[in-house]
Design a protein around this ligand. Structure first.
Ligand SMILES: [Zn+2]
Length: 67
């Protein structure tokens, strides 16, 4: 799927409104960062991209190994 199609075709699964590209603050263990991702203003649903979720797991695993 192309990024442009992802941004325009996604519908909120909760309220059925089209998702907007919003800048969302993510808080992980090592701090905060901002990402532009599809989100629903009406009910605060946020679509977390796979690469972002995977990155979080990688970061968490690396911290555990540091112990
Ligand atoms: Zn919604």
């Amino acid at each position: 799927m192309k990024p442009s199609e992802m941004a325009t075709s996604w519908i909120c699964g909760i309220c059925g409104k089209p998702l907007e590209i919003l800048t969302v603050n993510f808080a992980y263990m090592r701090g905060n960062f901002e990402v532009d991702i599809p989100a629903c203003r009406a009910c605060d649903l946020v679509l977390v991209p796979d690469e972002l979720a995977t990155g979080g797991f990688v970061e968490a695993e690396r911290i555990l190994e540091d112990k």
